[in-house]
Structures are given as structure tokens and as C-alpha cells.
Design a binder for this molecule. Structure first.
Ligand SMILES: [Zn+2]
Length: 336
């Protein structure tokens, strides 16, 4: 069968499997391909800022029942070995280093004996930094005005703050604008948003946006959760001056190792879109001694490049999670 015919057949099969719920077949066909899942925040019931803890537990149970959960460094080690990765490998990764990981996700992982890799932004954990999407959310949420106009790149962004939906739309617009700007210009934009909103940002993140403490990080590390680095200040690495790359990348590694007392070996690119990564960024990640680094998007190149490992974003949509973890997504992309 030609590659195209095979791919078409697999795509058709993938569609049918999703409808019929034949996840066992998909799992079997794709068992040699590891899946790396991407999470960010957790919450008690899903109504707030993160995945509901019950839904996360459902997902962890599904992973424990049908797969072989490993940390990212374990997977990389196996990818580097002549035999390749063990069958049915799944890696749970959690980005940023919010305190809600310790509060909600960690007890679930411990209960089911499932490891994970948590990427922490070190200035955030040190309490001297807000993660930038939170700065925008805090500014819009605490603004007393019903409407603000923000000047950016010669254009005016009008934000209606009169209801939750329009506020959310305004926040999304500012986030996507931020992602297109050089880091320094982006920080200026955020200062301007705060000014226009008449909001003063507290020096450290408030409870809603709180990071893990180093004590909590040491606790989860000694319980089998792998800690990886996610830079010092969460910049778009392709849009900072190259002389800052070493400090952001190797600097975050040094800071974590100082607190844990042992080496770490994995790194995660902030934002993680194709635009956030370039050859110089990757070279700096390799030179810092990281054996593997995931991005925040998925395509069929899954594990072709250890410093651009593909990940599935996981949310509360159960069917999407099941399709991703059982390999239906992989089959749909012609990779098995
Ligand atoms: Zn991040």
C-alpha cells in the first residue's frame, strides 16, 4: 500500500474509532508512539482558572489503567537508547509552576502512583514576577472603568469591560498582540494597560495567581515528580536580545538545582509556538545541558527532535483527551 493510501485509510479509521469508541484498537496500533500531554492549572470544580480536579483524576486513572506513565527525562533516555521507548509511554507535563499543582494535582498523582514533569519559571517562584497573561487579567478585572482604549503598534485596541464575555475577549486580544511583540515592547504594553486601567500591580502575585513555593517544589521532587526549567521570566525566547538567552535558560536551571540540590535535565519553551523557537534558542538549550525540551503544539513529528518534542494541550473536553491519549489523533495524522 502506498504511503498516501495508507494515510487515507488510517485517517478514515481514526474517524470511525472516535465514533465507535474503539479506543483499544487505536491504542494497540499506536503503542510504540509516546504521547506527551500538556497541562497548566487546576481548580476544585473547573469554574475558576484551571482543569477541575475530578476531571484530572479521571484522566490520570485512564492513563494509569492503559498506559505506562513516565517522566519526560525517562522518555528521553529511552528515545536515546537502541531499543527506543517502551510501549504505551505517556508523559504528563505541567507548565509554569502555579501553586494549584500542589493543592489539586499532586494528591491525585500520588494516589495513583503516576509521575509527571513540572516546568517552573524561577523568578515567578521567587515571588518577584507575575506571569504576564495574569498581569493583563488582573488589570482588566480590577479596573473601575467600563471601557479602556490601548494604543499598540499605531493602532487603538478598544476594550469593553462592562461584562465578563467582552472582558475575556479584550484579554484574549491583548494576549495575542503580546505574543507578536518583542519582549521589552510587550512589557511596556502591559505597563500601559495597568496605567490606562488605573490599577497598581501588587509586588508579588495574589493568591489567585500564586506560584509554588520552593518548599513545595522540593516536596513534590522527592515524591517522584520531575522538576524542569521554564526560564526565569517567561519571555518569548526568539524575541529577547540573544545575550539574555543564557541567563534565561541556563540561569533557570542553576536556580532550580540550587534549591533541589541535584541536577535537572529538561526544559520547556515559554509560550511554545513555532515562532517562539529558533536555532539559536535551541542551541542555547542544548548547551545548557538539557537533554529534552517540549513545545506547545502537536503535529506528526512527535519525537523526531528531542529539543522540539510535540505535546497535546489537554483541557476539560473528555472526548478530545481520550482521542489524544488513545492515539486516535496520531492515526488521523498518519503516524503510527
Ligand atoms: Zn508557560
Amino acid at each position: 500500500m502506498s504511503a498516501t493510501v495508507l494515510w487515507k485509510a488510517k485517517s478514515k479509521l481514526a474517524g470511525a474509532i472516535g465514533h465507535l469508541g474503539g479506543y483499544a484498537i487505536a491504542r494497540q496500533l499506536t503503542q510504540r508512539s509516546p504521547r506527551i500531554l500538556m497541562y497548566h492549572r487546576f481548580s476544585p470544580d473547573g469554574s475558576g482558572k484551571g482543569l477541575a480536579v475530578d476531571e484530572f483524576e479521571y484522566q490520570v486513572r485512564e492513563i494509569a489503567r492503559h498506559f505506562r506513565p513516565v517522566t519526560l527525562s525517562q522518555l528521553v533516555k529511552e528515545l536515546n537508547s537502541p531499543q527506543g521507548p517502551g510501549p504505551k509511554s505517556v508523559v504528563i507535563t505541567v507548565d509554569d509552576g502555579y501553586e494549584d499543582f500542589h493543592r489539586y494535582a499532586f494528591p491525585v498523582l500520588r494516589k495513583h502512583g503516576v509521575p509527571a514533569t513540572v516546568f517552573v519559571t524561577t523568578d515567578f517562584v521567587d515571588g518577584s514576577l507575575w506571569l504576564w497573561p495574569d498581569v493583563l487579567e488582573y488589570a482588566l478585572d480590577h479596573c473601575a472603568k467600563k471601557h479602556v482604549s490601548i494604543q499598540v503598534q499605531g493602532q487603538t485596541v478598544e476594550i469593553d469591560l462592562s461584562n465578563a464575555d467582552s472582558k475575556k475577549a479584550g484579554w484574549s486580544r491583548l494576549v495575542s498582540t503580546s505574543l507578536s511583540l518583542p519582549d521589552a515592547r510587550m512589557r511596556e504594553l502591559h505597563a500601559d494597560v495597568l496605567r490606562q486601567c488605573g490599577v497598581v500591580l501588587p509586588a508579588s502575585p495574589t493568591d489567585e495567581y500564586k506560584p509554588l513555593s520552593w518548599q513545595q517544589i522540593r516536596e513534590v521532587d522527592s515524591a517522584g515528580i520531575e522538576i524542569g526549567a521554564h526560564t526565569r521570566t517567561h519571555p518569548a525566547l526568539s524575541r529577547i536580545p540573544p545575550e539574555r538567552l543564557e541567563e534565561e535558560i541556563a540561569g533557570s536551571k542553576r536556580r532550580i538545582e540550587q534549591e533541589l540540590g541535584h541536577p535537572i535535565s529538561t526544559f520547556c519553551y515559554p509560550n511554545g509556538t513555532p515562532d517562539d523557537i529558533n536555532e539559536q534558542v535551541k542551541a542555547t538549550v542544548r548547551a545548557a545541558g538539557f537533554c529534552g525540551a517540549p513545545v506547545a503544539f502537536f503535529d506528526k513529528r512527535v519525537t523526531d527532535d528531542l529539543h522540539e518534542l510535540r505535546r497535546y494541550p489537554v483541557g476539560a473536553w473528555r472526548r478530545k483527551f481520550l482521542q489524544a491519549v488513545h492515539g486516535v489523533e496520531l492515526l488521523a495524522r498518519g503516524h503510527a
